[in-house]
Design a protein around this ligand. Structure first.
Ligand SMILES: Cc1ncc(COP(=O)(O)O)c(C=O)c1O
Length: 476
């Protein structure tokens, strides 16, 4: 199997162990370097030019190349001051759990393949469904790759539960102006016409406006369309806002609609003392929850949870002849019957491992820290009269902009973009822009359990300094 000069299996194992040990040691200090390292064009060109060799190369060379030329560039979303997107601060415990699970590389599509691994995933899914308040006797779920897949998986089940097959093109789903784009993408994939994804306006706290929702449902029905689902958000991507879930549940019950909650970011609040923020989520039919966001797991680790597992089975269960040998335990439901994937890794195991090692209280405390981080940012912002708080601290997010008198709106947009870019170039923190009410604003999403008060206040203070520099450049 091995050609002369090629790496052998034991070589590879040794190299892997060494690499993992070194990386683990460094992983604990990921916040020491800059938040972003730009890949030189020459590096990208070299990778492209190298192509795929016909014959294998010396393993040490390939390992060194992976380490120095491939994986180290880009944004370090694990950095304590990376405050863009939803950052990915990874618990070292999750990382270790991931390595162990990947090392064994078990096929986690069915219980027969991986009985204890899937029992652990099942316990965890039941615990998460219980945190959401779903009924224990019917609830179920599945670990999927992330929030986008969780939304898609749930929405296909919603479509099948609520719409006859010959009426998919008349189905209407309601989202808000602040709903994550993956929801509309998922609806498109499952065959709902783009013009039937109704974006309901929000109130001034970025929450779905219920009167508008009710009017829209009535108007669509009158036009011969078939409303079938409302998607509420628990922790919106821009501001961390939570839609009025209890009200959405009432509207869904009155109109016979499926209620999905996108909690990809904010469902983690369910395990904390802030749980009441998600009041009404227990009435939903389905919930998305990303563990690779605010539960500190390595990618990719999302969950779709449903009030009634029968709905996932209805959409996804298949019984081909080549899998019959693995289906004799009728008391167990195989993951491949609950979602689109057949072969899958046991993505939930690292979270199970994390919870065993940290306990739910330890994890809750780490999530709650995000609330404190956002408050420190807001507090520091309020000291500068030129800063306008556009959306105050909600969950772990704050939005603000530098808005000195005398500049037009488009000039303010340019100014804030300029400040964000200067910060990224400095390597100190990652603060990106988004748009709210037509304004370009600086958005902070701060969830790193090891980030400190000085990181948060220091970031705003440096933004203040960069603001002064940017104004200076404008005047020059
Ligand atoms: C509210 C919300 N839903 C869905 C997603 C998509 O999740 P993923 O990137 O894991 O697919 C995100 C990502 O930030 C999100 O914030």
């Amino acid at each position: 199997m091995y050609a002369k000069g090629m790496a052998t299996e034991p070589d590879v194992e040794l190299a892997a162990v060494r690499f993992v040990c070194e990386l683990f040691a460094r992983n604990r200090h990921l916040s020491e370097g800059p938040v972003a390292v730009e890949a030189p064009e020459s590096t990208l060109e070299a990778i492209r030019a190298q192509g795929i060799p016909e014959h294998g190369r010396a393993l040490d060379d390939v390992v060194a190349e992976m380490e120095h030329e491939v994986i180290g560039y880009g944004y370090n979303a694990d950095h304590a001051r990376f405050l863009g997107f939803v950052p990915g601060p990874t618990s070292a415990i999750s990382w270790l759990g991931d390595i162990i699970a990947a090392g064994y590389n078990r096929h986690a599509g069915s219980f027969a393949n991986y009985p204890a691994g899937l029992a652990a995933e099942d316990v965890l899914l039941a615990w998460c469904a219980d945190q959401a308040g779903f009924p224990a006797d019917t609830a179920g779920g599945l670990f999927v790759s992330g929030g986008s897949m969780a939304n898609l998986t749930a929405l296909a089940a919603a479509r099948d539960a609520m719409l006859p097959e010959d009426a998919w093109d008349r189905g209407v789903a309601y989202v808000s102006e602040q709903t994550h784009s993956s929801v509309a993408k998922g609806l498109h994939i499952i065959g709902i016409p783009r013009e039937h994804v109704h974006a309901v306006s929000c109130d001034d706290a970025w929450r779905m406006d219920i009167d508008t929702l009710e009017d829209a449902i009535e108007a669509d029905r009158a036009a011969g369309l078939i409303p079938f689902a409302v998607v509420g958000t628990a922790g919106s991507t821009n501001t961390g806002s939570v839609d009025p879930l209890r009200e959405i549940a009432r509207v869904c019950a009155e109109n016979h609609l499926w209620m999905h909650v996108d909690g990809a970011f904010g469902a983690s609040v369910l395990i904390t003392r802030y749980r009441d923020m998600l009041d009404g989520v227990e009435l939903a039919d389905s919930l998305s929850w990303d563990a690779h966001k605010w539960l500190f797991q390595t990618y990719s680790c999302g969950m779709v949870l449903v009030r009634d597992r029968a709905n996932l089975l209805n959409t996804y269960s298949t019984h081909p002849e080549y899998l019959k040998d693995l289906q004799d335990r009728t008391d167990l439901v195989n993951p491949w019957d609950l979602g689109p994937e057949l072969t899958r890794p046991a993505r939930g195991l690292k979270l199970w491992f994390t919870l065993q090692a940290m306990g739910s209280a330890g994890l809750a405390e780490a999530v709650e820290h995000g609330f404190t981080l956002a408050r420190w940012v807001e507090d520091e912002c309020r000291k500068n009269p030129d800063i306008e708080i556009v959306s105050p601290a909600q969950m772990a997010m704050v939005n603000f902009r530098y808005a000195p008198a005398g500049l037009a709106e488009d000039e303010l947009d340019e100014l804030n973009l300029d400040i964000s870019r200067r910060m990224l170039e400095s390597g100190y923190a990652g603060v990106f822009t988004t748009e709210l009410a037509g304004k370009k604003v600086l958005r902070v999403c701060a969830i790193h359990p090891e980030a400190k008060e000085e990181d948060m206040r220091g970031t705003v203070q440096r933004l203040n300094a960069l603001y002064a520099e940017a104004l200076e450049t404008r005047r020059a």
